[in-house]
Design a protein around this ligand. Structure first.
Ligand code: AMP
Length: 582
């Protein structure tokens, strides 16, 4: 499927000039050491993310700038300047110190997106702890696996969620303290090991001498799901902030007057790298919305806070498309000037839709928990090729390797997407799984586990997770291509495509689709969608079977779980489902 490129804007006509004006020139002169110089670090050469995102701003005019606009799920709102964050995070660092937390101890959070979540995470970094934010929707097993594997010493949670923790306490010998944040003042009696956040914060000093961590000290871990087995903790170091800072500046194009909104929860890496570190290391004001998805709510947040830069995910964009255009027209979204997407392949249809309906295209970018920051991206001053994830970030070398990951392939050839190791935010290990970590590298290349191809101009095109690619009659078909064709059909809201074993073809393609509101499943519609796909795709890539589902199984970060569709189809064990959305 070929879509016309979306031409870059005429720079002379736009009010905010992109930070990255000329990709080639910037790429040639880009050095990570120069990024390091734009940050501050400590006099003796150390680095702490918390210092870079909050403390260093206090000595500048940014001190009284609003860092956080918080919109609660019940319509409450609060504002925090960088100076407020500085004081609150110092207090929390003192709280942790007083509770005996030492450098390298794991401090996890399990709470909603309330301001205290951000204060606790940053405060814990100041105290030298390794932080681990968990999704508030996790069930007991998911929480247990992560706390147990990381041997977390402290957990910060809220009354609504502490019941979940009580169920698993007996299996967490390393957990010593539970801090209860009771923002909404619900009646709650403390249990064994529990202390009250509010009381400790009231007593704590606003002065704190930040722990002088080094570049290579661990700062944060995010658990990422494997196809089988338990989730693994990708651990990142303080130096990662160089990546967050530079990509937020050049890919998200953040400028001093922006009001930025990242819709991701800090329970997954986008919500920390770009919901905390990226914007605040650049001194940018950002919005945090505690509530979940809802088209009208989301547009209201943009309208109310006059959001200028918006970072969200394909699954949300597809849901906005599903909600239709009427709801868009009920809101004034004129403040928006730049939009990006990550987490899954961004279907070309979604880019075209956003340009038509919102007046701006979404800029897709690609990265993983393991990479810590954006690696491949579309940039504001470069044409978008709908369906492509763009070109490698400055200072990042990406390539396509052959089946054995020995040889680089030519443009147009499909293979394993790999990155030259050595960028600052790359993970440094899988916690307790060093062998698994090592197995992700071949020589100097980090093997991403995704399949892709590169075109003559260096744009990368996603094909699929290597695990999801379908082998039918000896040809490899990426699910993304088929799904993108299916969602172009006006009735289709979402599509998930898998291969099912077949004696003749090896695998045949099966598609699961959910329909937009106002459409009902029927045999005629099934045939119509099949015929539609036939016109868009090569014969061998057409789904042989289509099944309607009310919705597709997705992770909490919005990724379609194809392996789960497959396991359910074939009656196989479902594997790790801790990240499955409710
Ligand atoms: P996670 O580590 O959970 O963030 O998942 C990373 C994976 O999500 C990548 O390896 C890709 O398979 C997928 N992904 C993320 N962003 C994109 C994108 N822009 N296009 C295609 N796939 C993506």
């Amino acid at each position: 499927m070929n879509y016309e490129p979306i031409r870059k804007p005429d720079i002379s006509k736009i009010a905010v000039k992109p930070n990255l004006l000329d990709y080639k020139k910037f790429r040639e002169k880009f050095r990570w050491e120069d990024v390091r110089r734009e940050l501050e670090g400590f006099e003796d050469g150390g680095l702490n993310i918390a210092h870079e995102i909050v403390d260093r701003h206090i000595k500048t005019p940014l001190k009284n700038k609003t860092a956080l606009f918080w919109e609660g799920k019940d319509g409450e709102n609060e504002k925090y300047t960088f100076y407020d964050l500085y004081k609150f995070t110092n207090r929390f660092a003192n709280v942790l110190k007083g509770l005996g937390v030492r450098k390298g101890d794991r401090v996890f959070t399990f709470m909603d997106r309330i301001p205290e979540l951000y204060i606790c995470l940053i405060g814990a970094l100041k105290a030298g702890a390794v932080i681990g934010p968990l999704f508030s929707a996790f069930g007991p097993d998911a929480v247990k696996d992560r706390l147990k594997d990381s041997r977390a010493k402290v957990l910060v949670t809220i009354p609504r969620l502490v019941k979940t923790v009580h169920e698993i306490l007996g299996e967490l010998p390393d957990l010593e303290i539970i801090i209860i944040v009771n923002k909404r003042k619900s009646p709650y009696d403390l249990q064994n090991m529990e202390v009250r956040y509010e009381e400790l914060m009231d007593r704590a000093s606003e002065e704190f001498e930040i722990v002088k961590t080094r570049d290579e000290d661990y700062a944060i871990m995010h658990y990422t799901s494997g196809t089988t087995g338990k989730p693994k903790g990708a651990a990142h170091v303080h130096q990662a902030v160089l990546g967050h800072y530079a990509t937020a500046k050049y890919v998200l194009d953040l400028h001093p007057d922006d009001i930025y909104w990242c819709t991701a929860d800090p329970g997954w890496v986008t919500g920390t790298s770009y919901g905390i570190f990226g914007p605040w290391s650049n001194g940018i004001s950002q919005v945090v919305y505690e509530g979940g998805f809802g088209a009208s709510h989301w547009y209201s947040v943009i309208e109310k806070y006059k959001v200028t830069v918006w970072y969200t995910a394909p699954t949300a964009i597809r849901m906005l498309m599903k909600a239709g255009e009427n709801v868009v027209h009920k809101h004034n979204l004129k403040s928006l000037r730049y939009m990006c997407s990550v987490g899954e392949p961004l279907n070309p249809e979604a880019v075209i839709w956003s340009l038509r309906v919102l007046g701006l295209p979404f800029h897709d970018n690609w990265w993983q928990t393991e990479t810590g920051c954006i690696q491949i991206a579309n940039y504001p001053a470069q044409d978008i090729r709908p369906g492509s994830m763009g070109r490698p970030f400055l200072g990042v070398t990406a390539t396509i390797l052959d089946e054995n990951c020995d040889k680089e392939l030519l443009p147009g050839q499909e293979g394993n997407l790999a990155l030259k190791s050595g960028w600052p935010s790359m993970f440094r290990t899988y916690w307790n799984k060093e062998e698994l970590y090592k197995s992700r590298f071949k020589g100097n290349w980090y093997i991403t586990g995704d399949r892709a191809r590169k075109d003559e101009d260096g744009y990368f095109w996603f094909v699929g997770r290597a695990d999801d690619v379908i082998n039918t009659t000896g040809h490899l078909v990426g699910p993304f291509e088929v799904e993108s064709a299916l969602i172009e059909h006006p009735a289709v809201a979402e599509a998930g495509v898998i291969g099912i074993p077949d004696a003749l073809a090896g695998e045949i393609i099966k598609a699961f689709v959910s329909l937009k509101d106002g459409y009902t499943q029927s045999e005629e519609l099934r045939i119509e969608i099949k015929n539609f796909a036939r016109k868009k795709l090569a014969a061998l890539a057409c789904p042989k079977e289509i099944e309607f589902l009310p919705s597709l199984p997705k992770t909490r970060s919005g990724k379609i779980m194809r392996r789960l569709l497959k396991a359910r189809e074939l009656g196989l064990p479902e594997g790790d489902t801790s990240t499955l959305e409710d």
